[in-house]
Design a protein around this ligand. Structure first.
Ligand SMILES: C[S@@+](CC[C@H](N)C(=O)[O-])C[C@H]1O[C@@H](n2cnc3c(N)ncnc32)[C@H](O)[C@@H]1O
Length: 173
């Protein structure tokens, strides 16, 4: 039910009155799916979580992070976002054989992700829900779509100053 609020048009600070692109994915769902793709399941680290019980406990802890992340009222909550960013940074760091930045250092976490997190690539981005949410994780989203209207909507949602409008002489979309 929560993602439904991501489709309402009021009181969000996000330019929602824009045309709703076909099959636009709910932001909360994109956020949760990206998090799940970027954070390792604890079974990937048997030396750190050696038993099934330890893995399950860690999995539950990560699920609780997702449960907070998808609440509409937490959309722009930097404390919640930083907690989730740290989980991503930890997975990236462990994968690289490095130590993650300190949990309470939001600036260091963001800088680490900007430098080391893998890019998120959406080759059919349409209105751009996935790249928009990937930018919350500093994952350097790369997005592609075949229609100029979809591309303009994607740009406008990521950065409202980027609205380019139809080419000169065209009658619009
Ligand atoms: C269903 S929409 C994606 C909606 C998006 N997930 C969102 O939440 O806004 C699919 C997009 O893929 C684009 N598309 C379809 N075939 C394509 C192709 N061969 N290359 C690039 N984009 C393509 C369409 O123009 C459309 O914008």
């Amino acid at each position: 039910m929560r993602p439904r609020r991501g489709r309402s048009r009021s009181g969000t600070g996000i330019p929602r009155p824009l045309h709703l692109w076909w099959a636009r994915r709910p932001l909360a769902a994109c956020r949760a799916v990206l998090f799940a793709q970027l954070v390792d399941d604890p079974s990937a680290w048997p030396e750190r979580f050696p038993t099934e019980d330890a893995q399950e406990a860690e999995r539950k802890r990560l699920h609780a992070v997702i449960a907070e992340l998808v609440k509409w009222e937490n959309l722009n909550d930097e404390t919640v976002l930083n907690r989730a960013r740290w989980e991503i940074a930890r997975s990236v760091a462990w994968g690289l054989g490095e130590e993650p930045p300190a949990r309470d250092d939001g600036a260091a976490i963001l800088a680490y992700l900007q430098a080391k997190a893998p890019p998120v690539y959406d080759p059919f981005c349409g209105g751009g829900s996935i790249p928009l949410e990937a930018s919350a994780w500093a994952c350097g989203p790369m997005a592609l779509t075949s229609t100029p209207l979809g591309a303009d909507l994607e740009g406008a949602r990521r950065d409202p100053t980027e609205i380019r409008g139809p080419p000169a002489g065209s009658s619009g979309p």
